[in-house]
Design a protein. Structure first.
Length: 334
């Protein structure tokens, strides 16, 4: 049923929702395209669609995968996906790529890098440009995640762009946050200072087959360093694993740890509590986004914005003063 104040869904959108619920990948792709659209009418349709599909979401395990470029995130996800499909799971991958500064689209093309996985009916891969969004995820990743759940995918993986300290947003929309590391990549104690380390539920050293001794040493150092941090959960100390995605070595052990994490967090009540907190944080993020959009659409702001921005660039007015002038136009600043 539509939400209060909403009209009934158009027949095309109702058919789209039905096709998505039936697990049709084409319908899922069209629905994600709809929620990513910037057109006002498309946004209204997208919200109606999400309202209808929301009761059918929330049943998956959401896993965030982060790590610096070159750590092998896509290779790891493909190997994990094939492993999970072999055990009866359906997996959706939301691969957020850095955006091109020229055309605004994805520049890495994760779907082409997961060729074997993308050919499986049990898998859905969606490369999405980050479009300048902070936190390593695209603006509408959360909506896409819900759509994938409604389509029946029980494992949802969010692969982030891998840009360092801004990678923390993915932890705010997933159940388990996995950080991939490289052996011989520098001082792990220095890396521990990054806020991202405090959010990791599991640390994995990939490409361990290249130098097993170095991988084992790096893992031991990381365990020692993590023991000195205050864990994000009182019921879970992040394990440190080594594996080789290219050789499919260690994937079974990795998934056993993920299942143990899920069981532990569910037993303590933290699993559901994290979901509730994330939903509330999402609401406030959308409020902030709506306020920014409304600000830019304000007639007074639209009239003065170009000239004010030019004055800031020319150095004739400070950014602070310019911001105050623009905010005053919508009654947000005296």
């Amino acid at each position: 049923m539509p939400e209060p104040g909403q009209s009934a869904m158009p027949d095309d959108d109702a058919a789209l929702a039905e096709g998505l619920r039936a697990g049709k990948r084409r319908a899922l792709a069209k629905a994600i395209t709809l929620v990513e659209s910037t057109r006002v009418d498309h946004r209204q349709r997208a919200q109606a669609l999400l309202g209808v599909l929301l009761p059918h979401s929330g049943r998956s395990l959401r896993i965030g995968i982060s790590g610096v470029p070159g750590v092998g995130k896509s290779t790891f996800i493909e190997a994990l996906g094939m492993h999970l499909i072999g055990h009866g799971h359906r997996i959706a991958v939301l691969a957020v790529d850095p955006s091109s500064t020229v055309h605004g689209g994805s520049i890495l093309g994760d779907k082409t890098r997961m060729e074997s996985l993308s050919q499986r009916e049990e898998a859905f891969i969606r490369p999405t440009p980050s479009s300048g969004s902070l936190g390593g995820v695209a603006e509408h990743t959360r909506e896409a995640l819900l759509l994938c759940e409604a389509a029946g995918y029980d494992i949802i993986v969010v692969e982030t762009v891998g840009v360092g300290q801004s990678e923390t947003a993915v932890a705010g929309m997933t159940d388990c946050f996995v950080l991939l590391q490289l052996p011989n990549a520098g001082d792990d104690l220095q890396a521990i200072k990054k806020g991202i380390m405090e959010l990791a539920d599991l640390v994995v050293f990939n490409k361990a087959d290249i130098d097993p001794t170095a991988a084992a040493l790096a893992a031991a150092q990381m365990r020692s360093a993590l023991s000195m941090l205050h864990p994000a959960s009182p019921n879970w100390l992040p394990p440190v694993l080594t594996l080789s995605a290219t050789r499919k070595d260690g994937l079974a052990g990795f998934w056993q740890v993920i299942e143990k994490f899920r069981t532990t967090m569910a037993a303590s009540g933290e699993f559901d509590a994290r979901r509730r907190h994330q939903a509330l944080a999402w609401m406030w993020q959308m409020v902030d986004s709506g306020l920014r959009e409304g600000f830019r659409r304000h007639p007074g702001v639209r009239e003065k914005l170009a000239a004010t921005a030019a004055a800031v660039e020319a150095g004739s007015i400070t950014p602070t003063a310019a911001a105050r002038r623009l905010l005053a136009l919508v009654g947000q600043q005296e």
